[in-house]
Design a protein around this ligand. Structure first.
Ligand code: NI
Length: 144
């Protein structure tokens, strides 16, 4: 199986906060990530794709085309934004790296050319933590 991978970066503010929790619970669960005045990250995310390579270009997808899709559908919506306040995509979602990966997957999958399959999205929030959301149609689970 061939995988093509491309990385993108953006900067954004967020706060980990569950409105169903009390202030004390939010502080206990999310610690300094619950800072009421938000905090920022320089995020990196990777887009992993598979499909048939175009024999005339030897490429899975034209990178100009991929960049334009990611810019329009993701980067323009999140770069230099407050994910909790400015980005309707995250309404009702805690802005964890896990949810960012899941939301980005949901946004990108339907806009890719039909011959391309989105394998997964990896979101690197800091040097020490990242989350990956994988296409469950491609995950093979052990039998028995
Ligand atoms: Ni954070």
């Amino acid at each position: 199986m061939l995988i093509f991978k491309k990385s993108y970066t953006f900067s954004a503010a967020h706060r980990l906060y569950n409105p169903a929790f009390s202030d004390e619970q939010n502080q206990a669960v999310f610690g300094k990530c619950n800072n009421p005045n938000f905090h920022g990250h320089n995020y990196t995310f990777e887009v992993l794709l598979t499909g048939e390579v175009d024999p005339t270009t030897s490429m899975l997808i034209n990178m100009v085309e991929l960049d334009a899709l990611v810019e329009t559908h993701i980067l323009d919506r999140v770069d230099h934004k407050n994910l909790n306040v400015d980005v309707p995509l995250f309404e009702g979602h805690i802005t964890s790296a896990e949810n960012i990966a899941k939301v980005f997957f949901g946004v990108l999958q339907p806009v890719l050319p039909t011959h391309i399959t989105l394998v997964g999205i990896k979101v690197q929030e800091s040097q020490n933590n990242s989350a990956e959301f994988w296409n469950t149609d491609l995950v093979c689970l052990p039998v028995g």
